[in-house]
Each structure stands twice: as structure tokens, then as C-alpha cells.
Design a protein around this ligand. Structure first.
Ligand code: GDP
Ligand code: MG
Length: 166
């Protein structure tokens, strides 16, 4: 099994930390070079049963300049070509404009989207359910997966879930 996985989310939600956790703990290739004009490969996770190629999709963030519209189009095209999308949010922050912007872009995308609630180490377990409720109906998520990228909680489970559906 193999697949391309896009990680999207507002700045500071923990995308890089997640990548470091996933790639850092296993033998893999890390690359910062742009592979195409569209996106860059952040890392390749090779396991005996699967290969996951993680890609960064910069244009999906709210554009800061005119070129932004073009970037957004490219990002949308990229997202339509991947096998799965990990939409990462910060458990400690409320639902915000930045999240809505990304979710609006995702409306056009017909690919499985996983809601990844990161930084669960910063919240009380009781805070998790209301958070899921807040996001649940904003998109038809394939699955909601709470993790702590920093501490590694549930990261392997996330990988298993994504792999299973490739
Ligand atoms: P990115 O902008 O989405 O790539 O976010 P980063 O990976 O750079 O993380 C932003 C900050 O959040 C850094 O200070 C990380 O150490 C911190 N961070 C990321 N994941 C977690 C987590 O699961 N728990 C906690 N407590 N902090 C985290
Ligand atoms: Mg980053």
C-alpha cells in the first residue's frame, strides 16, 4: 500500500512537530526541496506494509498577497490528487477564521479528510468532546483523531487508520 498524504492546518497547530515525530522515529527520507511547483514532499515513511508520502500544501493558508488566489487554486488541485488529507487543529484554541478558511477550500475537494485534534496533552479529557462537536458538522470527516504530536500519543493509531483506508 502507498499513498500521498497532505497535512494542512493553520500555522502553529503542530504540522512540523507531527512530521518530525512520524519521520524521526522511523527510517525515512526527509526533504525540504520543492519536488514540483505545486507542493513539497516533507517526508516519506517506508514500512513493511506501506509507504506514506507526506506533502505540504502551502497555498491552502489564507493568502497574504495577490498571488495568493493563484496559489489557492494550485493547492486545491493538489488536494484533489492526494489519497488522504490530514486537517490539523489545535485542541487548545477555539474554532477560528483560519480554520473556516481552510474548511471552505475543502468543500471543493473530494478526498477523505481526517480531523486531527493535536496538542491534547494541553487539555483536560473532558474538553475533547465539546471540541469534536464544534467541528463535526463543518465537514464530513472520515474520522476524528486526537493526538499529541509532541508526546507521540495516538500518532501510531493515526497512521494505522490512514494506512487501512488506502
Ligand atoms: P506548524 O506551524 O503547524 O508546523 O507547527 P509546529 O510543529 O511548528 O508547532 C508549533 C508549536 O506547537 C511548537 O512550539 C511545538 O512544540 C508546539 N506543539 C506541536 N505539537 C504539540 C503537541 O502535541 N503538544 C504541545 N504541548 N505542543 C505542541
Ligand atoms: Mg511548520
Amino acid at each position: 500500500k502507498s499513498g500521498f498524504i497532505a497535512i494542512i492546518g493553520r500555522p502553529n497547530v503542530g504540522k512540523s512537530t507531527f512530521m518530525n515525530k512520524v519521520i524521526g522515529q522511523k527510517i525515512a527520507i526527509m526533504s525540504d526541496k520543492p519536488q514540483t511547483t505545486r507542493n513539497k514532499i516533507q517526508g516519506v515513511l517506508t514500512e513493511k506494509d506501506a509507504q506514506l508520502v507526506f506533502i505540504d500544501t502551502p497555498g491552502i493558508h489564507k493568502p497574504k498577497h495577490r498571488l495568493g488566489d493563484f496559489m489557492v487554486k494550485i493547492a486545491e488541485n493538489t488536494l484533489n490528487e492526494v489519497d488522504a488529507i490530514l486537517f490539523m487543529i489545535n485542541a487548545k484554541e477555539g474554532y477560528g477564521k483560519g480554520d473556516q478558511y481552510i474548511l471552505d477550500r475543502l468543500q471543493e475537494v473530494k478526498r477523505p479528510v481526517y480531523l486531527i485534534i493535536n496538542k491534547i496533552d494541553l487539555i483536560h479529557p473532558d474538553e475533547l468532546f465539546p471540541l469534536i462537536e464544534k467541528y463535526k458538522d463543518k465537514h464530513s470527516f472520515e474520522e476524528v483523531i486526537p493526538i499529541s504530536a509532541l508526546e507521540g500519543n495516538n500518532v501510531n493509531h493515526l497512521l494505522d487508520v490512514v494506512k487501512k483506508k488506502l
